[in-house]
Design a protein around this ligand. Sequence first.
Ligand code: PHE
Length: 460
Amino acid sequence: MAVESRVSAERIQDQKPRDQFKSQLGFIFAAAGSAVGLGNIWRFPYMTGTNGGGAFVLLYLICVLFVGASLLLVEFAIGRNGKTNAIESYAKIRKGAKWIGFLGFFSAFIFLSYYSVVSGWTVYYSIQSFFGLNGLAPDQIGNFFGAFISDPVKPLMYHGIFMALTVGIIIKGVSQGIEKSTKIMMPMLFVLLIILVIRALTLPGAWEGIKWYLTPDLSKITGGVWIAALGQVFFSMSVGMSGMVTYASYLGKHENLPKTSIIVALMDTSVALLAGLIIFPAVFSFGLEPGAGPGLVFITLPAVFAQMPLGSIFSFMFFVLLAIACLTSSISILEMPVSYLIETRKMARTKAALLVGAIAYVMGIAVSFSFGIWSDFTLFGKGVFDLFDYFGSNISLPLGGLAAAILVGWFWGEKDAVAEISNNGEIKGTIVKAWFPVVKYVVPVTVVLIFLSNLGILKI
Ligand code: PHE
């Protein structure tokens, strides 16, 4: 009886008018919160490190400008026009386009699983900042990190804690969960980043790192570097998985979409560039390897903190804030499939969030094991982590983004699409004018060229 009444109370709650972001600022923080995360602070530096430094940064910026920023506006437009979950929002424009949403739906499981594992590392590092990390030499920190991620049990605990937090916020809903939490944490993250940049730039030998980071060596550019830069842009800006379609569906008709997309793109890019300005001066200053891969941030930054007065406090603050930046991203990954399960499959919010979270948790176990007891297991020459990462960022996101651009550019049509982003002609300006032709021609051509060059069919 008690259970039944709780279930029906939940049903009634789900039938209330759709939850919405309460303010434009709230939405900006939520969307920027989705974009800014591991992608900027952890993945961008190590991808730069393994893909040739400055050359990668240059290609990254080109992809932000010509592909990422306009796709952000594509997703915002599709979502706000749809006012429903991503899968149905695509269907509103064209029935046959539902698959783009389903592709995002499945990618969300892949992303959530590995995102939660790595975010779990940040939770562990927050706690460890007070115990053991300070006072260790860089190579000892390297061993510490290696021992932790290859442990069969410990990382799974933190993966569990992080997943539970993500599920907890999503159960609370959009305005009370997503909007409230991101509005506080995003400004804090910015301030801390600036402090750390100043510290890193004043380390002895910092200049070598800056040079390596910001001078493009064009001979390093290959099809592989192009696809890595493109994949990084999609991952970092949260486009191609319809997470931004989902968020924008909770947006009122009066918000200014072009302005919001520019702000989010700028915030995302500047956090990534700043993260590089922290990591690379430090890497060169301590004689570490920039191409160290996924461990880069977890080894280099603690080494910087160890050199700072009050280092353990800064270290604690940094990893807590990073964990929070992760949380503001992981909730956007989870909300995407959850909104579909609620609205189309008529599931209660709590049940949907728990279900997706549980499946992604189990998938994450395989990801975590791939750093340890399953490190010999490979598919297509890659371990589980690399496979999820490569498939997710370099195939699924660009494909989803390409399809969304073609849908808007060639099927939705200029009149309706531009009416949506300009609030029926109220908003004017260069961005509104330039956006449609970029989406129709530049985005598809660039993405296809990069795909072809990665396959070796074309040399750019
Ligand atoms: N953009 C997030 C980050 O940089 C990750 C993300 C990818 C979030 C795809 C949502 C969708 O960490």
